[in-house]
Design a protein around this ligand. Sequence first.
Ligand code: GDP
Ligand code: ZN
Length: 310
Amino acid sequence: MKGVVIKSTGSQYLVRNENGDIYNAKARGNIRLQGRKTTNPIAVGDKVEMVYGDESVWMISSIEPRENYLIRRSVNLSRQEHIIASNIDVIFVVATISYPRTSTGFIDRVLCTAEAYKIKPVLVFNKIDLYDEDDTAYLEALIQLYESLGYTSLKVSATEGKGLEELKKEMKGRTCLFTGHSGVGKSSLLNAIDSNMDLRVGKISQAHQKGTHTTTFAEMFELSFGGYIVDTPGIKEFGVIDLNKAEVSHYFPEMFARLAECKFNDCMHINEPGCAVRKAISEHQISQSRYNSYLGIFNSEDLLEDWEKD
Ligand code: GDP
Ligand code: ZN
């Protein structure tokens, strides 16, 4: 039987099959030996095959190759990885122009990370009901910038219910992850688009307060209008594994598009001669704020490790 892992506790899994029925399952021993050096061989979002085992329990016998996955690297020297979730279709970057102001540095870090993970990002600007004239003008400029780069950008208000149909349209039938600084309205948006979420979000935060384990596991919640939300409790940062300095600009589409015009094919667009990217910036073809974000990532010591610190 095929299914998707919707919850993991490390040794036990909840798997939802194609009919929507949910089963308890365990991992077959040999699965633990496969693949990379991870602390968890099976993650939320994994598409798995189950067999009914000798011990009268469902056993996960194989995992389909992952389209993408988010990982967290352990901080100790073992360099072990923990797969947070896999097969995510869309990452929603919730941002606000004020109350609080989300920096373009943060937005661009998430976009770069999403590109590296091969996950489609969608920008969601929330709290539009609070913006004055200056905020609104700045918002429009940002939307113009990000739309020109190919990123879908939505204007919403969780409290006034604005733009929620467009948001739902982007979420429908997909496995979605919400990110953004605390206070930008992630929980408010989820509650506003799906009243079923109310109880669940409450349940999650209660579980948080009780739990003192250091290991946290993601969980998938079904949306009433089709699709899933991946909740990653307690996880504030995603490290991009194996991303080296030379690669960073590949995840800025406007820079990657010009790399072939740079004099050196491994140009990092810092101070190399004949750099088409820096030329494009001086001609206002590439935004200075995007380049600043690029430099911020390029120069960060621990590349992308703390990009979601609140
Ligand atoms: P989270 O930390 O990202 O989950 O943010 P919350 O959903 O907890 O929201 C933080 C605060 O912002 C709460 O007081 C919300 O009521 C408020 N808030 C959320 N969305 C909106 C909005 O669209 N407009 C206004 N005016 N306030 C909002
Ligand atoms: Zn260059």
